[in-house]
Ligand binder design. Sequence first.
Ligand SMILES: [Zn+2]
Length: 456
Amino acid sequence: MELKDLVERQREALLKTLRESICIPSVREEDGSGYPYGANIQKCLEFMLDTGKRLGFTVRNLDNQAGWCEYGTGAEMVAVLGHLDVVPAGEGWSGDPFSGDIRDGKVFGRGSMDDKGPTVAAFYALKALKESGLPLRRRIRILMGTNEETGSADMKYYLAHGGEKPVMGFTPDGEYPVINGEKGIVNVTFSRHLHQLGTMRLKKISGGSAPNVVPASAAAELECPDGMLGKIRAVLPEKTVCVPISGGVRIEAQGVGAHGGTPEQGENAIGRLLLALNALPLEGELKEAVRFLAEKIGMETGGESLGIALQDEVSGRLTFNLGTVEGNETSLSCCVNYRYPVTKTLDDCGPKFQAELEEGGFQVVKQTHKASLYISPESELVTKLLRVYGEETSLPAFPKSIGGGTYAKAMPNVVAFGPVFPGDEVREHKPNEFIEVDRLMQNAQIIARAMYELAK
Ligand SMILES: [Zn+2]
């Protein structure tokens, strides 16, 4: 029997396993159970490992951080990386988010698309491949993580505890055709002390909610002598207002919110507020700090004036977002999120940014970094995945780069491949998450073929 037919024969069993896995609300919890991410995630991991054993695979639980099912022999291993943890259900569901109900040809439930659906599909794809008896020269490992949604500490643990690295692999936790490039993502918090002089002094400044969100509003309160209001209003830029408050003024700036990975689609309210403040007769360290932030960052979204406006052909330009600002009479701190092109490294921009900050009197307080990912479109991995996708769907098959980060960054030699098809609505992390049964089976078919091509 052909592989395609063997996969199709798994339909009922695949749906049953998926529904059972969705019924386990594997949301991270600090529940005192002693398991790394809580008892429910643990239960889901054990359920999937039991399923793998039942299907005839070798299974292993690595200290309840990750587990895997493996089939085949050979020195080399290819991986399919999925995760069993889910984000909380949240509000707005029209049914039970942990029921796995099937209505109108769709499986509903938290995790149905992200990422239990494709992970379970991989199980039955591997079962079909096993039944086909097709000869393979590499082992195939379905690697299941338990902490993708809250930091990917699972795969850090796996790699740090001798977990085998795949020679190549994919994670069905992104989109088709293939994501072979992901920008490097850096969050930097920096601050400085303010020793204020003069008659106009900062009392308070705040704006933004997170580094990766373009802030839609920001405000500053200044102490200043009476009678300044008219002068201040005369120099304020558009979309800012100045209102009198006791002992001074409050300046408010409006922006347009957007995702921090696409800052050019928004308008940065903090940047606008800084431009407004920079037009005022400030003095001393406050003036120095405001001038630096306004002139070096302002409303720019590409790090131009900081001298880090990198770009490359495959992923475009570095994006830069000033996400939050906090300050009072004696200190000022900001958090930025920037994403550098896929063929560049942190060394190409991080040191330059830090030097500029120090020049402006700021110190880096905290920095987190996820390195860029880029696997050549000519590589065995990308060419094979694209061929499988093209043949299975008859759709244009091309590699793409994104500004965000997928689970692929957690494991060397891995790219994101599926489960979302071009044009399909994004449902992960939203109420009424679902996967169509047909799309689920199509994923199983593509995964089976991809496993075979990579391992044969
Ligand atoms: Zn996911």
